[in-house]
Write a protein that binds this ligand. Sequence first.
Ligand code: NAP
Length: 252
Amino acid sequence: MADGLKDKVVLVTGASRGIGASTVRSLAREGARVIAHYGRGKAEAGAVVSEFGGNCVAIGADLSSEGGADSLWRQAEAWKGHVDVIVNNAAAVVPMTIDDDDATWRRTWRDAVQINLFSLADLCRHAIHHFQKKGGGIVINIASRAAFRGDDAHLMHYAATKGGVVAFTRSIAKSYAKDKVLAYVVAPGFVRVERQEGVIKRRGLDTMLRDIPLGEMAKPEDVATIIAFLASGVARHATGATIDINGASYFH
Ligand SMILES: NC(=O)c1ccc[n+]([C@@H]2O[C@H](COP(=O)([O-])OP(=O)(O)OC[C@H]3O[C@@H](n4cnc5c(N)ncnc54)[C@H](OP(=O)(O)O)[C@@H]3O)[C@@H](O)[C@H]2O)c1
């Protein structure tokens, strides 16, 4: 990746754990200055940034509230005076089905849209305005395989928000390429983060692997490496593309 990431300022949302934490590490090891956003995981995000001294900073913001994304962007931009790349990784994965009561159905849908799509859109809006002024920048939005093939009955709302992320990101790529804004979707399948351990226990690892021709779940680092590659700026002509990270499971 040569010097592509050296001293670039990158905002990574949802960096207290999982793919986000791993992404901060991949970027910082390549010399980037990284803003590691967290929601509730202040201590966890603090531990990640402490590995890289003053080259990383942790900033908290609740993306389930209107205005959370605005406050995060303001603080992120203020840190070094500019941002070169935004990685929208934070998301809520809260199960719920059509058999839940009305209040749960509406609240869970609203939260999923607010966190996974609306806050992401707010952050992209700030980033695009900022990139237009400074002559370009990179948007990397984390979607999911679920955006393309749907999800199980308990995560239909989650899948729908990720479908929105894909359409929105492609629209950014088309509309703002003229301003040197590049936009990519990264769409993981099953990634073995802490949150998935409960799912593995419930469904059984063998059942989950049956879906993945490669025969293994991706590690957070597998996704982080791709994000760092895109953030380095070497894939300009791939703007608008979706990078699938799912061990060929579309073809199964
Ligand atoms: N893991 C997979 O198998 C998989 C598969 C497909 C797609 N993805 C996508 O990849 C991304 C990362 O997934 P992951 O599994 O690494 O996630 P994760 O371990 O569940 O972590 C989610 C992150 O999002 C943050 N977040 C959630 N709700 C928030 C809120 N209201 N305000 C602020 N931050 C909030 C969390 O912050 P705090 O903990 O600090 O509150 C945490 O840092 C997500 O977009 C997910 O949809 C993951």
